[in-house]
Every structure is written in structure tokens, then in C-alpha cells.
Design a protein. Sequence first.
Length: 502
Amino acid sequence: MGLERETLRVDAHGQVSESDHPQGVGHKLTHPSITVDFSEGLLELVTAPHRGGEPMLDELGQLHAWVARHLPAGERLWAMSMPPSALNEQIRIADFGPSASGRMKQIYRQGLASRYGKIMQVIAGVHFNFSFDPRFLAHMHNRLGQGLDEQACRNQLYFRLIRGFDQHAWVLPYLFGASPIAARSSMAQPTSWLRTLDDQHVYGEFATSLRMSDIGYQSPAQSDLNISHRDLTDYVRELVLATRTPWPAYEALGAQANGDWVQLNGNILQIENEYYSAIRPKQIVERGERPACALFNRGVSYIEVRMLDVDPFAPLGLSADSARFLEVFLLACLAWGEDNPGREKIDKHNRTVAIRYGRQPGVKLMRGSSSLSLRHWLDECLDDCALIAVQLDRAHGGQRYAQAVQIQRDKWQAPETLPSQRVLDAGADGGYHDWALGLAERHTRGFAEQAMDTAVAAELTQLTRDSFEQAAALPAASASQVEAYVQDYFASVCDDMLASLL
């Protein structure tokens, strides 16, 4: 498993930083562990894969400590998913340098800004990457292979997990959602189900995750884009088709204006990464390779869960107990993931209900053709998770997985302890911004004071040097070279292989 943690840099007043990416942490284009997402100020810290939650979080902690030592004076790491109040012009699109690959990354982000505005793009989250143990995959291939090769069997297992996740994705915003409050500047238009908190913020009375709501990280053009999770072939086909299908509002923007790039193209998706899904099948891409090509050629290597808010009560954005529960939950999703076509609208409805009204007493979800209370269904889910936790504890020793499930059951028994309710309570009486800034100050100070392993510090120092050397080795590209690079990317050899799917 591995983590990708996003966090905004803010100044001493809690305003979005407009400073350059810190030089001391390396070059954002080529550093493997410390980069940026959309904006110059939205850091993304990426761990290597680990066999357990503790070493994964240990690495993430060391990355935070390193970053904190190299922040510009007075800056903090924002502890919330939703950004502080900001104007579009305050947010700088990330500059990845003059190389062709760097320019393409920047053009893609310019396209996101043109399509959705910049505020939506600086909403932060935690992405949880998960893969099956090779021994488990070999065991399942022996049991269920039925003439399939290893890659085909692996693909089937991951897509079964994804289908189970789709049906139970509402569990995560309910248990882990921590963004019931948002700055007014995050809203493109008024929303009737939100209330006024103060002159700068709104909140959902029973909301769990505004980040995952229609005011958060969502796309109108993708609202009816239901990429199939039946199998890898359908997924790749429909994903690539979305990168080739024009969307009138985006076409009207044009790809270039007055010699400057506006976006990569006018299609529903500029590239595959624009698809805003709660979970993604992933394969490690080679330089210049399209994600769909990597999946098509080498199958699924791991899945990426993208539905987690930053936990403001855990300095790293995720606790060890939460990571263990996620491991259990994803294994439960594999058990739950029978092929049940036609569920997409129900699954989306259930997610929306949990996101907007999850803490409302008596709130109901749809299961099949009937409704049942969220709390009753969650009780059943936690029972299933508890059985899996017993098996994991038996394999690993101790009772840490059972304890992780019990922590979530404690939230079920006492909804006032849910992160979303705790954030609302802390932000009551107009003190939300000061409270959030105080968290950022405490967490960042703690990172800066945290002892660093000497070997890790030496490794990060070397990675910083290497990243600048690698970036410097990439030649600056002229306008015509950038255009040729973009065209080559979309006209890759893989497109010929994918043509048979379309």
C-alpha cells in the first residue's frame, strides 16, 4: 500500500501561498516523492509502496518533516481538504519548466482552470493505493484461474473489488468525511442545501464531505459519464472514448487563443487523468505513456482510492488505524463485488445522500429496489469487516485490525464523534478559519521539530540534487516542439492497439 497526500501551503494569515515551490525539496517535475498537483502551492507527497501501514506512515512523516524544514518563512501546511477563502487570481498554475513534458503538464492544468476554475483544483485529499499480495494473487489464480492467464485473473479480481467499492463507497464519506464546511469562494453558484456559517463560509448541517459533493471536486461534463467497471476491456474502451468525444462547451474554448494554449483539446476528458472517479485501476506508466495504454498492455497493478478527505485530526492526514481499516474494507469490497449491472444510478444516489445528509437521523439509502437506513447497512458492513479483521490478525499477530474496525464501530455508536461533526463543532460561532489555521500551525511546527533519520535526510538531499539534474537534462522546447510532443502523445502506437476496442 502507499499514500499520496495533498496539502496547500498557506501564509501566516491562512491565505493561499503565491510563492514558488520550495527549491530545497527538489524539482517538481522529476522528484519521485515531493511534487505538486494543480497549483504551485498544492504540495503532493508520495510514498513508495509498503507492506504495512506503519512503515508507509513513517515515510510520509519523514517527507512532511523534510518539507517543513524547507518551507518559505511563515508558511504552514493547511490541515483541511477545502481551501481557505481565495480568489482565482491568487492561485498560480504549477510551472513544470520549459521541457516538452513540463509544458504539457502545465497546458493540461491550464485546461482544468479554463473548464472548472482554479478554486476547485486546489481542494486537497488523501489517495490510498492498494495492491494484493503476490501470494494471494497466486492462490486465487490457482483456485479461480479456469484457463485464464495470471494477468487476466488479476484484472478480474481488481475489478471485482472496484465493483464492491462502488456499491459501498458511501461508507467512506460517512466514517472519514471531514469537510462539512467550505469557503464561499469554493462555490460556483448558490446551493440550497447549505447554510451560512459566517461571512466567508457555508456548511451542510448533516454533510460529511463537501469535497466530494457537487460543490467540490466534480465535473458537469462528467456527470453522466459512467465508465464501466465490468472488466478491463470495457473500462479502457470507455475511458479512451471520453478522451476522443468533443464536449460543446469545451470545444468553444478552443485549444489555443492568440498563440497561447488554453487546453490540450475540447473533449470530455483532455487526458485520462481528468476522469474524476472515487476509485481507479492503475498501472505504473512509463515516461510519455498514456495511462490507458499501460492498463491495456500490462493490466491492473493496484487500485487508487480517491475518496478520502484529509483528516485534520491526524497530522499526516490519515492515521495508522484508519489505514488498517481501509485495508480491511477493500478486502471486504472484493467479497461484496458481484457483477450487478445497472446499479450505477443507485450507487451514485447513495454516495450523494451520505455526502450531503449522512449524519441526518434516520437517513436511508437504496439497496436493490428497497430502502434501508444508512446506520443499519453500515452495521452489516462493519460485521463483515470484523470477520476479515480476525483473519488478518491471525496472519499478522496481535489485534490491530480488529481494533481498527472497532474504532469505526465506535463512531457508528456515537455519531457525534464522526470527523465531520467534530469539524462542525470546532468551527461553530464563526471561529472556523482561526481553528483551521491553528491546526496548520501546530501540525507544521510538529513536523519541523520532528527528528529526521540521518539516512533518510541524506537520501532526500541526494534526490533533490538528482531531480534538478534530471530536469536540467530535458531540453527546453519551442512552441512547435511542444505542439509536436502533444500530437505524438495522442497519436501513440498504443492508439492503434486500442482502435480495435472502439
